[in-house]
Design a protein around this ligand. Sequence first.
Ligand code: CIR
Length: 257
Amino acid sequence: MTMPIIALVRPISQSIADCQLTHLNRQPIDLARARRQHADYVTALTNNGCQVLKLPQLDDCPDAVFVEDTAIVLPEVAIITRPGAVSRQPETASMATALQQFRTLKHIDQPAACIDGGDVVVDDKTIYVGLSSRSNHAAIEQLAELTGPFGYKVKGVALRDCLHLKTAVTRIAPGVFVGNPDWYESSSMPGQHIEVDPQEPFGANTVELDGVLLRAKEHPASNQRIADIGGNIVTVAADELAKAEGAVTCCSVLIHG
Ligand code: CIR
């Protein structure tokens, strides 16, 4: 029997309109619509093998719905990050409280280090970290020290013009990635790289569940490319939180049994 994946999520903050934005212009966010889309996302997780646990709403932290950035969960250990945006650092405490029942916790705590979980793509024993405005070499070094004892290698990946590594590229199967070639150095990540449709630059972001790929329905041509190579795709509407520079992976932290 497959163990359910535990998915940690958090309700959207009342203050989401004050979210961090790096590469997008600010547009009004319809909170009710964003909440409906988030509820559908949670339902899709539940319908596809996840047991969903809700973290507390944090109205003083506009970006708190994007829980992915606060933790890196591996089979052996979980790392609580030190988010690159100072406004987001208070989000980690409640993530640590929730995660400690599932994994031994380690912390990125070097004063010069910062890293967002959105910059992390794990493929087997390699942890790729996007060298974005949120993640730096000091964090890569500390992550390597913390995960080396479990056999992991940590590798920086050059990024341009996007927020996080997972904006540019995600894994859809072992050694198989979907990405926007304009935004990351694919040669740094050995494996097969499926390109997003050029009309859908944000089409890389994918939640990899057991046998199911959860993706935004706003990227139909890229979804088709993945379906064409055998990907079993489930879609949700995710365009409202996309205005906050968030995508589907950002809204959960997955703990695989
Ligand atoms: C931020 O800039 O931190 C948020 N507005 C968006 C974070 C998206 N998170 C992610 O891609 N993992």
